[in-house]
Design a protein around this ligand. Structure first.
Ligand code: HAM
Length: 424
């Protein structure tokens, strides 16, 4: 039986991986401009971290985690997201004690969720995320939002929608929670079994239920925005004021609740509005999580961040017909004909590579014509032909594949000449 990769995972092959690299380079460059530093945390953590961090009542923790016992009897989970791990590391490594605050971090890496695979939904997917810890300035919220939008725009996307909401502070959330309980309780029996549980554990999540979305009580559900206390209202207005100042467009949607428990105040998602994008249109999401650092055992520290998945970003690029500039070329392809020439070719290829050129040669002993074809397919700028006659005369035949021009160059001068040409 042939072996396939597990459901919901994929191989990223040459030809596609260049797109990933281009995206990663762009996001790294942007992070650098925003002065965020990279952090790398383990792919697995103690299960308790996500139970406490992401929240016991979330779908992620209840249904989607890859959890197993290791040989030492500890419960381990493959990370379903990055925020809890970054916060754990922030606390463990006492990054809150560093002179420069807020601590601004970004990360790349695979995340794991046992979800039903479909287009844009994988069981292993790669997130890019960023977290700013240690400031409760609404300008930081605006900075993260600006980053998220710029990331997509710099990669060439235009059909984007930024959806914004405020979940308020603890007091506002509590008031809203009570209002939701009062509103949905008379309909309890009509709601799905998950929502019946949510009514007790986390009524806000009812608003995000796919099964009950057409229930009439959904439309009349109390909006969080009506329950924001003054401080939360002021905070939300300030975030919006900064976005307006930067010319960032957004729509406010009071039903945007997000699937993780740690959020308060700002919550947002960025959607693709490209035609033919598919059913799942969310490209990224994030928000503020004051309180999470404390929940994970650190000092009271505010935080905000967001994450996107590269898989969905690639889908959006495809839907909008954006071609990333990822064409691969080769500086030089070396063709050898004859035994003496073969040794000289191996040596020359090696020297060219040591001098910074991107070089390849044939390893299948193909005929000259087939080797030229290979050079063409690899988009080589130059082809060097070495035959036994050329070796005896101490020269190589250098062909410029663009102009078709050919010339003999002394063997000892080839490396210098090609290097100089590349540098020009
Ligand atoms: P999230 O909304 O669960 O948030 O995930 C963020 C993004 O990851 C989603 O918008 C989506 O693009 C992508 N994503 C999620 N699940 C899948 C999947 N199964 N397949 C492909 N892509 C997926 C978080 O993870 C938070 N940690 C974000 C955050 C950072 N909040 C504050 N800081």
């Amino acid at each position: 039986m042939a072996m396939n990769a597990p459901r919901g995972t994929q191989d990223i092959l040459p030809g596609t991986v260049e797109k990933w690299q281009y995206i990663e380079d762009t996001l790294r460059d942007l992070s650098h401009r925003f002065n965020y530093k990279e952090i790398r945390t383990p792919i697995f953590e103690h299960t308790e971290l996500f139970q406490r961090g992401v929240g016991d009542s979330t779908d992620i923790v209840q249904k989607e985690m890859y959890t197993f016992e290791d040989r030492g009897g500890r419960s381990i989970t493959l990370r379903p997201e990055g925020t809890a791990s970054v916060v754990r590391s922030f606390v463990q490594n006492k990054l809150f004690g560093l002179a420069n605050q807020p601590t601004k971090l970004f990360y790349f890496g695979p995340m794991f969720r046992y979800e039903r695979p479909q287009q844009g939904r994988y069981r292993q997917f790669v997130q890019f995320g960023m977290e700013a810890l240690g400031s409760e300035d609404p300008a930081v919220d605006a900075e993260v939002l600006s980053f998220a939008m710029k990331a997509y725009e710099e990669l060439g996307l235009t059909s984007l929608k930024l959806v914004l909401n405020s979940l308020g502070d603890q007091e506002s959330r509590e008031a809203h929670r009570q209002a939701l309980v009062n509103h949905f309780s008379p309909h309890k029996e009509e709601l799905c079994s998950d929502c019946q549980l949510r009514l007790e554990q986390n009524p806000l999540r009812i608003l995000d239920c796919k099964k009950d979305k057409d229930h009439p009580a959904m439309e009349t559900a109390p909006s969080i925005l009506e329950y924001l206390n003054e401080a939360s209202q002021t905070y939300f207005s300030q975030v919006k004021r900064y976005l307006d100042a930067m010319g960032i467009h957004y729509v406010v949607d009071p039903n945007l609740v997000r699937g993780l428990d740690y959020y308060n105040h700002t919550a947002f998602e960025i959607m693709s509005e490209a035609e033919g994008f598919g059913a799942i249109t969310t490209l990224s999401g994030g928000g503020r999580y004051n309180g999470l650092v404390e929940d994970i055992g650190g000092p009271d520290t505010p935080g905000i961040g967001f994450a996107l998945s590269i898989e969905r970003l690639l889908m959006a690029l495809e839907a909008e017909g954006v071609e990333l500039p990822t064409e691969e070329t080769l500086d030089c392809y070396v063709i050898a004909m004859g035994e003496k020439a073969e040794i000289e070719a191996v040596k020359l290829v090696d020297q060219l590579r040591s001098n910074g050129l991107q070089v390849d040669k044939d390893y299948l002993h193909k005929k000259m014509k087939a080797q030229f074809k290979a050079a063409g397919r690899l988009k080589a700028n130059k082809v060097i032909v070495l035959g036994d006659r050329e070796i005896d005369e101490g020269v190589g035949n250098v062909k410029d594949m663009g102009s078709g021009e050919q010339k003999e160059v002394k063997l000892e001068e080839i490396v210098r000449e090609l290097k100089e040409e590349k540098e020009e």
